[in-house]
Design a protein around this ligand. Structure first.
Ligand code: SAM
Length: 287
């Protein structure tokens, strides 16, 4: 394999030179490939879609973990849905006040191969005594578990294949059922310019279950096409509009090292471009 071309979009895509192929296989659920690229380091893709790279994973993992955890302020129990590369688990484990982390991943081969070929993603987090790994469909888990969480992070693939179940109204309703009072749901919700329909659809689905629902964003280079949106659902409207001083205090108290996240970015990330606001407002989008 000399190059790897992402096939997420019909008329547009990105191509990586494959400097070394580490793993390629069809697992029980999806096609998994891990390769080396001179610019982005080790790259993992599932079903033709880039999932994570050594070079820029910190942006996505820091923003989808520290924003909800520090906004909440008293997180003890966290659920990660998906996240097989281990990067989200690594970032949540940095919070020493978190008492228990459950990660529900559908494909154990993703966990195994990322432990082997992308070890800095999990960086030993799978051995953290607070962590419990469940191999299951995340939609089935939230529908059937009696466990309750303060933050739920849906770190899923795109709504294609097994990931589709994690973008439904039922999934958002079941996550709500699994949240403690004041709990927060955040999800990977696509690159807005390229997948604006996902923003509009998720907004419609969240609004019937969460008093406060919106999006925040960050630009992750290998999620091509501009800012990636993260969906936010909570019944505690205050959690999203904390004063900067409060976020700074919590960040400093957590004593965590970050390379992208900081309190100013935390608050600024909730500011959305006009085209997204209008699409949400009018519940329409143009392809
Ligand atoms: N950062 C990536 C992104 O933004 O697309 C996501 C990375 S992570 C590797 C996505 C994980 O979701 C994969 O490990 C995949 O196996 C898992 N996954 C997909 N559908 C799932 C489901 N229904 N239940 C649990 N895990 C699922």
């Amino acid at each position: 394999m000399k190059t790897y071309t992402e096939t997420l979009y019909d008329a547009y895509g990105q191509e990586f030179r494959v400097d070394k192929l580490y793993f390629e296989n069809k697992t029980e659920h999806q096609h998994l490939v891990i390769f080396e690229n001179a610019k982005f380091g080790r790259v993992m893709a599932l079903d033709g879609i880039i999932q994570t790279t050594q070079a820029d994973e910190f942006i996505y993992h820091e923003m989808l973990s520290h924003v909800p955890v520090l906004a909440h302020g008293k997180v003890k129990h966290v659920l990660i849905v998906g996240g097989g590369d281990g990067g989200m688990l690594r970032e949540v484990c940095k919070h020493k006040t978190v008492e228990h982390i459950t990660q529900v991943e559908i494909d154990d081969q993703v966990i195994d191969m990322c432990k082997q070929y992308l070890p800095e993603h999990s960086a030993g987090a799978y051995d953290d005594p607070r962590v419990n790994i469940v191999i299951d469909d995340g939609a089935h888990f939230v529908n059937t578990t009696d466990l309750r969480f303060d933050v739920i992070i849906s770190d899923s693939t795109d709504p294609i294949g097994p990931g589709g179940a994690l973008f439904t109204s039922d999934f958002y309703a079941d996550c709500k059922k699994c949240l403690n009072p004041g709990g927060i749901l955040v999800t990977q919700n696509g690159v807005a310019y390229m997948q604006l329909d996902e923003v509009v659809t998720t907004n419609k689905r969240l609004q019937s279950h969460y008093k406060d629902h919106t999006f925040y964003s960050a630009a992750v280079p290998t999620y091509i096409g501009g800012i990636m949106t993260f969906a936010w659902g909570s019944d505690d409207e205050k959690a999203r509009s904390l004063p900067l001083e409060t976020v700074k205090h919590r960040y400093n108290a957590a004593k965590i090292k970050t390379r992208y996240y900081n309190p100013a970015i935390h608050l600024a990330s909730f500011a959305l471009p006009q085209y997204i606001l209008e699409a949400i407002e009018n519940q329409t989008w143009t392809d």
